[in-house]
Design a protein around this ligand. Structure first.
Ligand code: C2E
Ligand code: MG
Ligand code: MG
Length: 669
């Protein structure tokens, strides 16, 4: 993290250091200024001395070397000179005076004891002898002066050449000491004040800077935290499913690749289980999306409880889940987990106050036995899952190599389906619907077939769910609607009795907002009178969003088409909605008709549905009528129309006119 206050502190330290250096420079300058000032004063004094006193004593002093030291110290001339010098320096800051001849001999000193000392090597003396005055500042804790001993003093001592005039040769050297303790004290006081103000203001600045930088640091820290929180959130959303909180497909692909690599390195087995909830679409379509969501959440929770800590559970698709078992000690562990999940799912789920059963079909593939590549393992378990579904659902299957072929076939099938519409491979068969009393053909139901180039005529149940999954149901549905209308109009134009055509509408098709327009277009294009078109809807279409369904149905009624509910009783029937809908027909699901002879319950159900339809003035149609006794019973229940193998299976369009004619002929006979 960026710690800006550290940089602030460092900057302040550098600032303080710079100020200390500046103070040091200032102190030196002041020191030198003081010395220079004293040298100048000493030079002036020396000048005065040279002009006034020196001429009197020069001859004696320049010849003083001839006297022994003691004699010189006590010489009468020396005493006189002492008095003159005393007078001369009175009222100045000079506290001591020494005079050297050009050989460096101390020929005079206000401290008589020093007379006779040799100073020829002293650098100050040498400099002055060469004509350059020089000075320095020193501190003495004890110092002998002209007027006695002084203590703790700052002194400036300077060596000044003595000459008669500026250009005259140097005759001797004067050494003067002046007491600058007062000045130095002032200087130090100033220095202290400057230090106080500078350090004080700097500290204040630093304090302000510190507070500001700390504040900025906090903001940056907060922003950094927000940033990393956002990153974590984005990562979570990208790798997790919002509904169940499980890892999602992206995460699955990444983790499986990694797990396969690890298993390859460690030389151990890995299990991949893929499951799909059986008939989940039905739950979604009939109970609504929120119920579907609840089922998914409950299923995810139940699965989560079944897996081991080392296993990973993913939601890989709408109702699809996967588990990576890593490591897999033995193949039976995969079976055990699959069984546990199937068992856990077997418990009924409470959804919107209804108990519903949701089962799962599971496919298992094993690394390295089935494949060593992650992508292929997914394909293999997918194929195994489809086998489990195909063989009755609510079970698990292991991948077997023959499935590869089946998976390829499925892929082929899907590819073929995509092209079927362009390649004109769809055909409509028509199954007659007869009036129960006269047994005359009054309508036909259009039933879709796929004329597969290799497989022959493929029934709709094996490809309509696929068309829905692949998002092709609308374009194919539109083709069915247009073809059925065109065909019926053709029959009408040929002069045979006018029959209705009923067309099956899938829920996806019904939900598209352009559905009513699609129906209008089909009628306009074919010029078929709307009263001859019937649309068969399933219950699931209605339950999902009853209000919008009613609106669409009313719009359809306005055009003039009839509406029927297909396979009535097989879905999540709510008898309540019947009274709300503008219905013309109810088609009882053929499963009730099938077991009429043996099932008293089915008899009771049909009776109830018939009574209900009758009271709501909706015409009842029975599908799957195969036997005479079924027709007999249904007729007794005021069933209005029959459809079933007893009369005719679905046939190509060309067969219909003959059928109508032959029935008419039979009736006439
Ligand atoms: P459905 O609408 O209930 O169609 C009636 C089904 O019952 C037809 O199956 C028909 O062949 C079959 N059937 C008729 N009489 C009897 C009988 O006496 N006994 C038995 N056991 N079965 C009989 P098919 O043609 O295989 O159609 C299956 C389903 O596919 C249809 O059920 C319908 O839901 C759907 N379907 C067919 N064509 C279309 C279509 O164009 N669009 C949509 N969305 N669905 C379609
Ligand atoms: Mg139908
Ligand atoms: Mg039906």
């Amino acid at each position: 993290m960026f710690k800006s206050h550290r940089y602030g502190l460092m900057t302040s330290i550098v600032g303080i250091a710079a100020v200390i250096v500046l103070l040091f420079v200032y102190r030196n300058l002041a020191w030198h200024g003081l010395i220079d000032h004293e040298i100048k004063a000493h030079t002036t004094l020396t000048q005065v001395f040279s002009n006034s006193i020196w001429p009197t004593y020069a001859a004696f002093l320049l010849d003083a070397a001839r006297f022994p030291k003691a004699k010189l110290q006590q010489h009468e001339v020396t005493s006189r000179l002492h008095r003159d010098v005393a007078r001369y320096i009175a009222r100045s800051s000079v506290v001591k005076v020494k005079i050297y001849d050009l050989d460096g001999l101390t020929v005079f000193s206000t401290d008589a004891a020093q007379i006779g000392q040799d100073k020829s090597r002293n650098s100050g003396f040498v400099s002055a002898k060469n004509g350059v005055p020089i000075g320095k500042i020193t501190f003495r804790d004890r110092f002998d002066t002209f007027e006695g001993v002084i203590v703790d003093r700052n002194l400036v001592s300077s060596y000044i050449p003595i000459r008669i005039s500026d250009n005259a040769p140097v005759e001797a050297v004067f050494e003067l000491y002046s007491d600058v303790t007062g000045l130095v004290g002032d200087l130090k006081k100033h220095q202290r004040q400057i230090i106080f103000w500078v350090v004080g203001s700097l500290s204040l600045c630093y304090l302000i800077l510190f507070v500001m930088v700390r504040q900025a640091d906090r903001t940056i820290h907060k922003r950094d935290k927000q940033h990393s929180d956002d990153k974590a959130k984005i990562h979570y959303q990208a790798h997790n499913d919002a509904l169940t909180g499980l890892h999602n497909r992206t995460s699955f692909t990444e983790r499986l690749e990694e797990a396969v690599k690890r298993a390859r390195r460690a030389g151990c087995m890995l299990g991949l289980l893929q499951f799909d909830l059986d008939h989940f679409k039905l739950v979604n379509d009939s109970l609504g999306q929120s119920a579907g969501d609840q089922v998914l959440r409950t299923s995810a929770r139940r699965m989560q409880v079944c897996i081991r800590e080392s296993d990973m559970l993913f939601r890989t698709g709408s109702d699809q889940f996967a588990v990576i078992m890593e490591p897999l000690r033995n193949i039976e562990d995969a079976s055990r987990l699959a069984s546990r999940i199937i068992e856990a799912m077997a418990e009924p789920m409470k959804v919107h106050d209804q108990d519903i059963m949701v089962t799962a079909s599971i496919g298992i593939s094993i690394f390295p036995q089935d494949d060593i590549n992650a992508e292929m393992l997914v394909k293999n378990s997918d194929a195994a899952m489809h086998l489990a579904k195909h063989e009755g659902r609510n079970q698990y299957r292991y991948y077997a190599s023959e499935m590869k072929q089946q998976a390829l076939d499925r892929l082929d099938f899907e590819t073929g389906l995509k092209l079927a519409l362009q390649q004109d491979e769809f055909v409509l068969y028509y199954q007659p619907r007869v009036e129960s009393g006269s047994e005359e053909i009054v309508a036909v139901e259009a039933l879709l077939r796929w004329a597969h180039p290799e497989r022959g005529l493929v029934p709709p149940n094996s490809f309509i769910p696929l068309l829905e999954e692949m998002g092709l149901i609308n374009s194919v549905g539109e083709w069915v609607l247009r073809t059925a209308c065109r065909q019926t109009k053709k029959w009408h134009d040929s002069g045979m009795p006018r029959i209705r055509v009923s067309v099956n509408i899938s829920s996806g098709q019904f939900r598209t907002h352009s559905f009513v327009d699609m129906v209008k277009d089909a009628l306009d294009l074919s010029e078929l009178d709307a009263q001859y078109l019937e649309l068969e809807l399933t219950e699931s279409v209605l339950i999902e969003n009853i209000d919008s369904a009613i609106k669409v149905m009313e719009a359809l009624k306005e055009i003039g088409v009839s509406i029927s509910i297909d396979d009535f009783g097989s879905g999540y029937s709510s008898l309540n909605y019947l009274k709300l809908l503008p219905l013309d027909f109810l088609k009882i699901d053929r499963t009730f008709v099938k077991d009429l002879a043996t099932s008293e319950k089915d008899v009771a159900i049909i009776k109830t549905i018939a009574a209900l339809a009758h009271s709501l003035r909706i015409k009842l149609v029975a599908e799957g009528v195969e036997e005479g006794y079924q027709a007999e019973f249904l007729r007794s229940q005021n069933c209005y129309e029959f459809q079933g193998f007893l009369y005719s299976p679905p046939v190509p369009s060309a067969a219909i006119p003959d059928m109508i004619t032959s029935r008419e002929v039979r009736r006439a006979v």
